[in-house]
Design a protein around this ligand. Structure first.
Ligand code: RM4
Ligand code: MN
Length: 388
């Protein structure tokens, strides 16, 4: 196999999962700027996700958020997705938007609130059974705002107890992905603030509990690719929530703020042989498109992941290993930078042509008239949004 064939084959097999909530309205706590043509229900979100797959060819699954995507019949929703050429992906639990969760969900001091949160998590596994989803994604906003507000240790005990109950409910072939986040909405202490905490809980749960890295959930300057390498080596990396950030949890398009960081992450993935779907790493988008057109932004995001991946695949691994072995610092760095500096856009156009796609997904999407069609059709009703 020539190098070019190897790179093209890996790119052809790559999978990126889109997020249903990226197609709905979103904003900051200051303002949500509504857009025209936004989906009004989970079906319309899936229709938009299917369009992203149609033009990119590598985004065949879409993640759901419950209760935002609650429907009466998940089998029916699955069948609709299939009809559109996609499948339902990870189920994201939501235990952060109910009044009862003011002092936490699974770590709340009140046992009744903890029981309510746990029931929701278990319901999410029921939904996975109906949708055929493999992954349950757990993010907890739990934490405290003031020193002394609650016992840090007691909250860890409550968290461990809830996680273990949900873990016990997982069916064969299902996984639990535990996400961490440094701060927000809790400002003093978050119950799962970092990868180490998530890792420790996953380790005691068992093989089917793994960590998910949301690229926006770290302190500025954190070396995320180190976390990737560490968790991969430990067999504890379940996947990514890709997005990019300039300051906090900005949820901007992946690869927009720091394409070099995305390349460094993908280099760790590729060098560990973890890119192919069989390796079990879920590459998901978790973004909000507050001011830009949503479907086009998701297409752009998928392309950004492809560009970083293509560059990572172009790293001359033999030359890199030789330079590292020889202790040649500058040569090793040069080998990496050489791949990063390569313009991979022609290669990706070639890939798309080979896959029977338009080499220019954004141009093709714009020319398709899809946005105009849905803008005309989606009048009346309530546009889906973060929290709807
Ligand atoms: C959280 C976290 C979760 C996401 C929600 C919407 O900050 O990233 O993964 O589902 O936001
Ligand atoms: Mn996330």
């Amino acid at each position: 196999m020539t190098d070019r064939t190897r790179v093209l084959a890996a790119l052809r097999d790559q999978r990126v999962e889109t997020a249903s909530w990226a197609f709905g309205n979103s904003g900051t706590r200051f303002k949500v700027f509504a857009q025209e043509g936004v989906p009004r229900d989970p079906y319309e979100k899936i229709a938009d996700a299917a369009v992203v797959h149609r033009f990119t060819g590598v985004a065949p699954t879409v993640a759901l958020h419950i209760p935002w995507d609650r429907v009466d019949d998940y089998g029916h929703l699955s069948a609709f997705a299939k009809e559109r050429g996609v499948a339902l992906g990870a189920i994201n639990a939501n235990v952060f938007q109910d009044d009862d969760y003011k002092l936490g969900s699974v770590t709340n001091p009140d046992p009744a609130v903890r029981a309510k949160a746990l029931a929701h998590l278990v319901e999410c596994v029921d939904i996975m059974d109906a949708t055929g989803s493999r992954d349950l994604k757990l993010w907890f906003s739990d934490g405290t705002n003031y020193p002394g507000q609650d016992s840090v240790r007691a909250r860890q005990d409550r968290l461990a107890e809830a996680l273990s109950a949900v873990y016990g409910r997982l069916g064969a072939g299902q996984r639990m992905l535990l996400e961490y986040k440094l701060f927000e909405p809790a400002f003093y202490m978050t119950d799962v603030p970092d990868w180490g905490t998530a890792y420790a809980h996953c380790l005691s749960l068992g093989d089917r509990a793994q960590v998910v890295i949301d690229t926006g959930h770290h302190a500025p300057g954190t070396n995320i690719e180190f976390i990737v390498a560490f968790l991969l080596r430990a067999g504890k990396l379940g996947g990514f929530d890709f997005n990019s950030r300039f300051y906090a949890d900005d949820d901007l398009m992946v690869g927009a703020a720091d394409p070099f960081q995305l390349f460094r992450i993908m280099h760790e993935i590729v060098s560990a042989g973890a890119l192919a779907p069989a390796a079990g790493i879920a590459f998901m988008l978790d973004q909000c498109h507050n001011i830009e057109p949503k479907i086009q932004a998701v297409i752009r995001s998928v392309m950004n992941v492809q560009e970083a991946t293509a560059k990572a695949l172009l790293v001359d691994v033999d030359a890199l290993a030789a330079a590292q072995q020889a202790g040649d610092v500058l040569e090793a760095n040069d080998v990496l930078m050489d791949a990063y500096q390569t313009d991979v856009r022609p290669l990706l156009r070639e890939l798309r042509a080979e896959m029977g796609l338009d080499p220019d997904p954004i141009g093709a999407f714009k020319a398709s008239g899809y946005l105009e069609t849905v803008t005309a059709a989606r009048v009346g009703g309530t546009a889906a949004g973060w929290g709807a």
